[in-house]
Every structure is written in C-alpha cells, then in structure tokens.
Design a protein around this ligand. Structure first.
Ligand SMILES: [Zn+2]
Length: 220
C-alpha cells in the first residue's frame, strides 16, 4: 500500500488518460484512491475538480494526509489493481483555472500599484471569489482604486502574457504571471492571460484589518 498519491496535476494538465485503482473505501462516503491522480483536490483556495473514473462519477476530490480521496457516486465496476480511463471535466477545470490565475493577477497588480497593500489570502471559487490584502488603513479612495485596478487588468488581458509554472512541481512549485513576482501555489492555471476574457472587480471593501477585493472572471 502506498502512503501517498502522486499528484500529477501539479505538472501535467491532461484531461483524459488512465489511472490504476489502489484502494476502494465503502464507508459513509464512497472513495476511490489511485496511484497517480490528474484531479485537483479542493484546497489552496481552489474548488475541487470533478469528472469520471471508469464508470464512476467523481463528485468531489479532497486531500487526506498525503493521499487524495476521490468521492464517487458508485464503486460498481471498479476493483483494486484495475486500470480505468479517467476524464476531468475540462470546462469546469478551465473555469477554476481562470478564477485562480485571475486571483494571482489581482494580487500582483494591486501590490504593484504602490498603495502599501500585500496579498495575504485568496479564495477563487466561482461566484464568491476574492483576494484579501493587508496594509495601511485608508478611510476612502476605494472607488478610485477599483477603477485603477480594472483599467490595469484590462490592459494586461489585452497583451500576450505567459503564466509560467516554475520550480520542482512536487516540492517548490511557483506560479509567475509575466514579470510579477512568483508565488508558491499548488493550483491549476491558464497558460496565458489571453485565456481569460474578462476580470470584473465587483467591490473593494475593508473588513477588519484587511482589504477584500471581490471579483468574477470569464474564459473566452
Ligand atoms: Zn495560487
């Protein structure tokens, strides 16, 4: 029995291929474990992938220590040691990658605008996405800031800017958008900003000692 699942999604974006089932758990939830997974588990601010493994629908994917648990609708037709075709829901993956890259871009742009804000957290779930910053309290000026941020985002999306994955994918993985500083990250991303059609800044609000930027984003 292996003590960890190899997280191949960290270095490859294949949406289809084969997996070898190493464990089937029929408890309160039905869980499939595989030797190597192409499914992004929920975490790091990004929603879980979904899709299929053999005849089973993958409804949710979660980290469990070093293992990755694939929550499925049924274990019927699967057996330990068997090799099965998988498919990651690529439209859902693309949407979550667009949201994740957009969050990193908002962090990079807002930090570069020299308002003393530092990105400290991201939550890139479609429909409730936000990036949180810490920095000096400012009584007002967020209206102007939203306009400035939106303008800069629009300019950047209109250019051909690469989103690079650097470092060792399994130990020192970082994401770098253009010339913005690289950020440690285990999530999935677009390959270039041209794969994001629009980022809308919905609001910029102070919440306690943090400044929260809410946004939504669309693939082309
Ligand atoms: Zn990230």
């Amino acid at each position: 029995m292996e003590s960890s699942t190899k997280k191949v999604y960290l270095e490859r974006a294949d949406a289809t291929g084969n997996v070898v089932v190493t464990e089937l758990i029929a408890g309160e939830s039905l869980i499939v474990r595989v030797a190597e997974t192409w499914f992004h588990p929920q975490g790091g601010g990004q929603k879980s992938d979904r899709g299929t493994i053999g005849p089973a629908r993958v409804l949710h994917v979660a980290h469990n220590g070093g293992m990755v648990d694939h929550f499925v609708d049924s274990l019927a037709g699967l057996s330990v040691g068997g090799t099965y075709g998988f498919a990651v829901d690529s439209a859902w993956r693309t949407l979550n990658s667009v949201y994740h890259s957009s969050g990193h871009l908002i962090a990079g742009v807002l930090e570069s605008l020299q308002h003393g804000l530092t990105a400290v957290a991201g939550h890139q779930w479609p429909g409730e996405a936000r990036v949180e910053f810490e920095g000096p309290a400012e009584a007002s000026g967020f209206d102007g800031l939203a306009t400035e941020l939106s303008t800069r985002l629009r300019e950047l999306l209109s250019k051909s800017i690469e989103v690079k994955v650097t470092g060792d994918p399994y130990s020192s993985r970082e994401i770098q958008i253009g010339d913005f500083p690289p950020i440690p990250c285990g999530g999935t991303h677009v390959r270039a900003l041209s794969e994001i059609s629009v980022i809308r800044v919905l609001s910029i609000k102070r919440k306690g000692n943090r400044v929260r930027v809410a946004y939504d984003a669309l693939p082309p």
